[in-house]
Design a protein around this ligand. Structure first.
Ligand SMILES: Cc1ncc(COP(=O)(O)O)c(C=O)c1O
Length: 344
């Protein structure tokens, strides 16, 4: 795409029209994955931009939840927003959403489809019912759901996805905008993306995202077997480990495990030295000393939240790799546990 089909999709010459065809074919592939119409897809630079486009695109009071990604919470902190609390299951209670909605005043409710730290799936059908009964719009941050579980974006009015969570490159994403929803753009310029996101499109990124969506469509969704093997193995080997939100509906690739009495950070470093990339909070805030805002929001103490590890498996991972990770985690966890004076 970058060396041969580099035309501007808005140009009428041959190069431009070839790029335009590729862009529209990618749009159709992504729309198929999200079960919506291609004209309802707006290309963006990623999940953060999609969320901002949705949240700032509507006037009025906003309702969101305490477990959202900063790409929702930060925009909401600049809006007139109510943040709904979430309990230890990490599942948003539709009734709490109902209570937070101000009839006639609430324009938009923003709830994520899948939590990025616990992997917990939210009851979107029930939440959509509550939101639509109140005459508001529903925005869903679906960044962690697309490609992991079946997605029907049309449950919502606005649905965000990010390319790099689907194995496409970083810097491309999309927002599903239901036909008829009036959305104020964040930027002004040309008329690309039906005036909703002006500017020359990232054709190569969009083509990659479209291809990623097509591959997921063809290959099917991941199954939880490897995740279950990983959790079983760690729980067997490490008696002071427990799986967070194990009783809640979860995506098949994400595990959040607490190692009672030890810190997640040194565990991340120990595993990194052995070639495993895991995290002790949201990847986006790695490096920060603060414990995960999601785990503290669902009632965990700051100390307990610090002792958690998030492990995400990819399509290419094998049983042998999972077994090696179990072994490495058990060794590192026992080593760190022995170093903690209270556990000697
Ligand atoms: C739930 C969620 N929303 C939004 C984002 C931000 O997406 P992007 O990195 O594409 O801006 C992330 C990134 O990890 C995420 O996990």
């Amino acid at each position: 795409m970058l060396t041969e089909q580099f035309g501007n999709a808005s140009s009428i010459h041959h190069f431009g029209q070839t790029a335009k065809q590729k862009l529209e074919s990618a749009r159709r592939n992504l729309a198929a994955l999200l079960q919506c119409h291609p004209t309802e897809i707006v290309w963006t630079s990623g999940g953060t931009e999609s969320n901002n486009l949705a949240l700032f695109g509507v006037d009025g009071h906003v309702v969101t939840t305490a477990i959202e990604h900063p790409a929702v919470l930060e925009p909401c902190s600049r809006l007139n927003a109510t943040v709904v609390r979430v309990g230890p299951s990490c599942v948003v209670d539709p009734d709490d959403v109902r209570k937070a909605i101000r009839p006639g005043e609430t324009a938009l409710v923003s709830v994520m489809h899948v939590n990025n730290e616990t992997g917990v799936i939210q009851p979107l059908d029930e939440i959509a019912k509550v939101v639509h009964e109140a005459g508001a719009l529903l925005h869903v941050d679906g960044v962690q759901a697309a490609g992991k579980i079946a997605v029907d974006a049309t449950v919502a009015d606005l649905y965000s996805v990010s390319g790099h969570k689907l194995c496409a490159p970083k810097g491309i994403g999309a927002l599903y905008v239901r036909k008829g929803v009036q959305l104020r753009p964040r930027t002004y310029g040309g008329h690309q993306e039906r005036d909703r996101r002006p500017g020359t499109e990232n054709v190569a990124g969009a083509v990659a995202l479209g291809r990623a969506a097509q591959l997921i469509f063809e290959q099917g969704l991941p199954s939880p077997e490897l995740r279950d093997r990983l959790e079983r193995g760690i729980l067997q080997r490490v008696p002071f480990a427990s799986v967070n939100c194990a009783g809640s509906p979860r995506v098949p690739n994400t595990s959040n495990i607490r190692f009672d009495g030890i810190e997640g950070e040194p565990l991340v470093i120990a595993l990194d030295l052995k070639g495993f990339a895991v995290s002790s909070g949201a990847a986006c805030s790695s490096g920060a000393v603060e414990p995960s805002h999601v785990l503290t929001a669902i009632g965990m103490s700051r100390e307990d939240a610090r002792s958690c590890l998030r492990i995400s498996l990819g399509r290419g991972n094998t049983e042998a790799q999972v077994d090696a990770l179990i072994e490495a985690t058990a060794q590192a966890a026992h080593h760190l546990h022995r170093l903690v004076p209270t556990h000697v």
